[in-house]
Design a binder for this molecule. Structure first.
Ligand SMILES: *[C@@H]1O[C@H](CO)[C@@H](O)[C@H](O)[C@H]1NC(C)=O
Ligand SMILES: *[C@@H]1O[C@H](CO)[C@@H](O)[C@H](O)[C@H]1NC(C)=O
Ligand SMILES: *[C@@H]1O[C@H](CO)[C@@H](O)[C@H](O)[C@H]1NC(C)=O
Length: 422
């Protein structure tokens, strides 16, 4: 449905990005805190933490499918479905307990930045998530243990707070839910102040978030996957005239990570931006992707969803099996979770292209670490799982995004990639 306007958009954006960066002054930077991944300090793959992360990813996208089915059923990808909820318990005997000890290490794994809600504002550290579309933060009424160390929203302390009808809830996988009532209030991100933004101050918060430094999530995908059924922050900012361009950009890396709201940060990339029209509904999804191993396309013509709120990359199990067939000596490490291992010494180069440049995934981002201390086998950052996103749909999270500058334009319904500035 987007393709025609997106085609025109590509031209407009090409002009925009090659012209004098006038929009730079219009945009605003949100610096991100560094994240830790699924590898321990001694270079070993953290299997238990990965499972917690995978269950979280599965259930997040399950909720997106529930919302899309409700908001725009015709917009669902072919073969998309609402998969059963996953919990840690169902994936192994002692996994729940183990998972908890894993996540008690206090490692944040999100690209978190500050926002403020209310008048006067209360500050929250937020995970900016291009793979969901709702905003939630802990409520002062939250009784969950996970809320103890969090910043909390107090409706009575804000002169611009309004309770709306209804409830918000999402299951992330540890048996509890993240849920609460629905409010509107003023939300400010890097000086961009949006009035009457829908969000949920949550009164229950799952254990997974207990030791995570971030307080809540700000969704940056399209309204059709919103549980609240309301425009996400960036769209509201544009429609209230607070952003000149309906564009935001992300750099996710070890240093200098940021969200750039309202345009592109010309100091963070080089050369031109390569644009691709958004396909389908709800997600930052682009078509005609190829996966390339050692310079040869091993999977072709698939859809990809670009999701800053997902740690690794996922594809349909059979496609991912075909992908690893091109890795000498690769085999399945955990068949239940579609996790693959390969000889560390012979790691091929991995890249994706969408008909333009070949976007390399850095070797260190693809390698999640040794299978055990001293092992000669390493784990790959692409897992084979059916997340219900549709036939032929892959999910590219941070493992991919760390290697490129990514631009999201809802003005033109396009995703752009550019080379990171050295
Ligand atoms: C918390 O509870 C109080 C008292 O029931 C209520 O007035 C308020 O709206 C609730 N929510 C928040 C976010 O403060
Ligand atoms: C929202 O949840 C509260 C508490 O669980 C419940 O009392 C209320 O009826 C729910 N409201 C709606 C509209 O579902
Ligand atoms: C990816 O790597 C190949 C081979 O080293 C190189 O030719 C190509 O320019 C790289 N792509 C980008 C976008 O940097």
């Amino acid at each position: 449905m987007f393709s025609k306007s997106a085609l025109i958009a590509t031209v407009t954006l090409a002009l925009l990005t090659s012209a004098t960066p006038v929009d730079r002054a219009q945009g605003t930077v949100v610096p991100f805190a560094k994240r830790s991944g699924l590898t321990t300090a001694d270079g070993v793959f953290d299997h238990k933490k990965a499972i917690v992360d995978m269950v979280h990813t599965h259930n997040k996208h399950r909720q997106n499918m529930v919302n899309l089915h409700k908001n725009d059923p015709d917009g669902m990808n072919e073969g998309a479905s609402i998969r059963p909820l996953r919990t840690y318990e169902t994936s192994g005997s002692h996994e729940k307990r183990q998972a908890e000890s894993t996540i008690d290490q206090g490692n944040g794994e999100d690209w978190a930045g500050p926002i403020s809600i209310g008048t006067p504002g209360t500050n929250f550290l937020i995970d900016f998530d291009t793979g969901s579309s709702d905003l939630w933060v802990p409520s002062t009424n939250c009784t969950s243990v996970a809320c103890v160390s969090k910043s909390k929203y107090i409706a009575a302390a804000s002169s611009t707070s309004h309770e709306q009808g209804g409830n918000f809830s999402i299951h992330y996988g540890d048996g509890s839910t993240v849920s609460g009532p629905v409010f509107t209030d003023t939300v400010t991100v890097a000086g961009i102040k949006v009035d009457n933004q829908y969000f949920s101050p949550v009164t229950t918060l799952s254990d997974k978030f207990a030791t995570d430094p971030m307080d809540g999530i700000l969704g940056m995908a399209y309204q059709s996957i919103s549980s609240l059924g309301q425009p996400p922050f960036a769209n509201q900012a544009k429609s209230q005239g607070k952003l000149r361009y309906g564009i935001f950009s992300m750099k996710l890396s070890v240093q200098g990570s940021e969200l750039y709201l309202g345009g592109l940060d010309f100091s963070k990339f080089t050369e031109r931006v390569e644009w691709h029209p958004v396909t389908g509904s709800g997600y930052w999804q682009i078509a005609n992707a190829n996966a390339i191993v050692n310079g040869k396309a091993v999977n072709s013509g698939f859809q990809t969803i670009i999701d800053s709120g997902t740690t690794i990359m996922y594809g349909p199990p059979s496609d991912v099996a075909a992908f690893y067939k091109s890795f000498p000596g690769a085999s399945e490490f955990d068949s239940q979770n579609g996790i693959w291992q390969f000889p560390c010494s012979g790691q091929p180069t991995v890249a994706f292209n969408w008909g333009g440049k070949t976007w390399n995934v850095s070797a260190s981002d693809f390698n999640l670490g040794m299978t055990s201390p001293g092992s000669s086998y390493c784990i790959g950052a692409l897992a084979g799982q059916d997340l219900g996103l549709g036939d032929n749909v892959w999910l590219l999270g941070d493992s991919f995004m760390k290697s490129v500058y990514t631009v999201f334009s809802f003005d033109q319904n396009s995703v752009g990639f550019a080379k990171l500035a050295p």
